[in-house]
Design a protein. Structure first.
Lengths: 79, 141
């Protein structure tokens, strides 16, 4: 199972802060992104950053492991 | 002593943070600080409150990396970063950054660099709450 996290404006548009996705062998970050963004296109219009287990990832071909935590995030506005 | 890098609901004391920084070394000849505050007016609207959302574990990890990077990059003697979450009102403190070095140039440059990097790297989002409604803040350059 993959734990998918949303924060701030993305969470508002999804209507939730988290959901779970089934893990499949050979599943890439891009395939998870495509599956979830198809469900919430308005939320994913804001997504600029992706993190796996709290580490920002730019290579969307990276493979996911079971129990990974994946966050799809908009631009940050702290400070 | 409080940790040098924190995310917290409650307000912080600049005096306590500076005292903690100074206590780390007597070679410190310059300390530069940045205090970020909540504005009560933005985008032509009165702002009643600002609320924060954060990816807490990643935000804390990134802030710790940011401190370590700044210490290495600017040869600092020490640095501290505190960011509030929850809800704040106009005039309230949001973020405090302090950089201590042997000389002023490194301290000033590091302080500016840390707040600029924090805005780029740390997963925290702010939402302005006004009489007209709520809106997430679009990052400023």
């Amino acid at each position: 199972m993959i734990q998918v996290l949303f924060f701030g404006p993305v969470a508002d548009r999804v209507g939730s802060r988290a959901l779970q996705a089934d893990h499949r062998c050979g599943m890439s970050l891009q395939s998870l992104h495509d599956e979830v963004s198809a469900l919430y296109p308005q939320a994913f219009a804001l997504v600029c950053f992706v993190a796996i287990n709290g580490e920002q990832v730019r290579d969307m071909s990276q493979l996911l492991e079971d129990n990974n935590e994946v966050a799809f995030m908009s631009k940050f506005s702290g400070g | 002593m409080k940790a040098a890098v924190r995310i917290q609901l409650e307000d912080f004391s600049q005096d306590e943070e500076i005292a903690a920084l100074k206590a780390s070394s007597k070679r410190m000849g310059g300390i530069a600080t940045f205090l970020g505050c909540a504005r009560d007016f933005s985008e032509e609207r009165e702002v009643a409150e600002i609320s924060f959302d954060a990816y807490g574990s990643m935000a804390l990890s990134e802030m710790n990396k940011l401190r370590s990077d700044a210490i290495a990059r600017f040869n600092l003697l020490d640095a501290r970063i505190v960011h509030r979450i929850g809800t704040v009102k106009g005039g309230d403190n949001i973020v405090f950054i302090a950089a201590g070095a042997e000389h002023r140039v490194a301290a000033l440059d590091a302080c500016r660099w840390m707040i600029d990097e924090l805005k780029q790297r740390v997963p925290i989002w702010k939402k302005e709450i006004t009489a007209q409604g709520e809106s997430w803040v679009v990052p400023h350059p």
